[in-house]
Design a protein around this ligand. Structure first.
Ligand code: HEC
Ligand code: HEC
Length: 297
């Protein structure tokens, strides 16, 4: 089975059985007006939600097992977003609120996918796409599995993490690649893995996260250790030697500059366009180079 990525609050992951409940979507915000851009909605649904909810083998948003949660947490599956399942039970507004704040329609805190800074217009476009009849969204009843959260997982869920406040955000202006790149690193969640630690991430101001983009985070994958690379433009220990073509290849195909295949959990971003990859690189090149020699890089 294709392993899937958890970006986000692993330790702060709230257990489904958690008793803590929070106020649900209220009238304190409104969905942005205007006609959704379906092409952008599809692109972002794949690049953001697809990391956890899209199954490549089945070409479906049917959901997946979250494989790299610490073992003590139990087994957790992402939800089935095809028609006829949980997403259909959400109103647009409730979905919107879930992604922005982490609070589900039943008041449960579901931290895996908080994107407090995602632009309201973009979220509107994503939701419009998820409501469409595009093939990957057609009803699929193949269940990924049932979530089982251990006792320790429930405790972990209780001690860390709480919902974020809703605030309005706008998309980056057109023809401003550095701003677009910064935004993509934020909402796609590159910095969730490529900073120092999962517990010192700053979701409202990603650049204030400890060791922002300088790498070093450790993942245990099938008994092996994999470390996220230093993505600052340092020539010796970062990605300073990458150019446009090699950077696109790393993101879209998972091939590093030296030709080696990048390990899981580095995702294959097949749906990032060339322009999006170039924008991310343009932004990264504005960061201060940090010397941080990451094992294996
Ligand atoms: C980092 C992985 C990850 C990302 C990214 C992600 N999700 Fe999820 N999502 C999950 C997991 C895990 C669950 C199941 C959580 C649970 O049941 O406790 C879930 C559950 C859901 C649910 C069901 C909530 C409920 O009440 O049970 C919806 C709806 C959902 N996600 C929509 C989305 C949308 C829309 C996006 C993109 C904007 C997205 N998700 C991005 C991991 C993710
Ligand atoms: C779920 C965690 C995760 C996410 C999300 C993630 N990465 Fe990675 N990335 C990794 C890991 C782990 C490696 C190291 C893999 C290896 O050494 O084989 C890596 C390696 C890389 C490399 C290779 C650098 C080198 O030569 O060593 C690049 C470039 C990269 N990531 C860019 C990105 C960008 C840009 C994003 C967001 C669009 C992103 N990554 C999102 C985990 C992640």
């Amino acid at each position: 089975m294709k392993k899937i990525i958890v970006v986000g609050l692993l330790i702060a992951a709230a257990a489904p059985g958690c008793k803590t409940h929070y106020p649900v979507a209220t009238s304190s915000f409104s969905m942005p007006a205007g006609k959704p851009d379906m092409e952008r909605g599809k692109n972002l649904a794949f690049n953001v939600c697809g990391q956890c909810h899209y199954n490549h083998k089945k070409n479906s948003f049917v959901g997946e097992e979250m494989r790299e949660l610490p073992g003590f947490m139990g087994t957790i599956y992402s939800a089935n977003l095809t028609h006829g399942h949980i997403a259909d039970q959400y109103t647009d507004k409730e979905l919107f609120y879930l992604i922005k704040t982490g609070v589900g329609k039943d008041g449960r805190f579901i931290p895996y996918m908080i994107r407090p800074t995602i632009a309201d217009e973009d979220l509107r476009d994503i939701i419009a796409y998820l409501r469409s009849n595009d093939e990957p969204l057609q009803e699929n009843n193949a269940s990924a599995g049932e979530t089982h959260v251990s006792f320790l997982g429930k405790i972990a869920g209780k001690i860390g993490g709480s919902p974020l406040d809703y605030h309005y955000d706008t998309p980056p202006p057109p023809d401003a690649p550095v701003k677009e790149g910064r935004y993509l690193v934020d909402i796609v969640g590159c910095y969730h893995c490529h900073s120092k630690s999962i517990i010192s991430l700053n979701y409202n101001n990603p650049e204030d996260s400890k060791g922002y983009m300088a790498g070093g985070m450790k993942f245990k994958v099938d008994g092996d250790k994999v470390y996220a690379s230093n993505l600052t433009p340092d020539k010796e220990t970062g990605i300073g030697r990458y150019g446009t073509e090699s950077f696109r290849r790393a993101l879209q195909e998972g091939i590093a500059l030296d030709g080696r295949e990048l390990h899981y959990p580095m995702p294959r971003f097949r749906h990032l366009t060339d322009a999006q990859c170039d924008a991310i690189l343009a932004y990264i090149q504005t960061l201060e180079p940090k010397t941080n020699h990451v094992k294996g890089q």
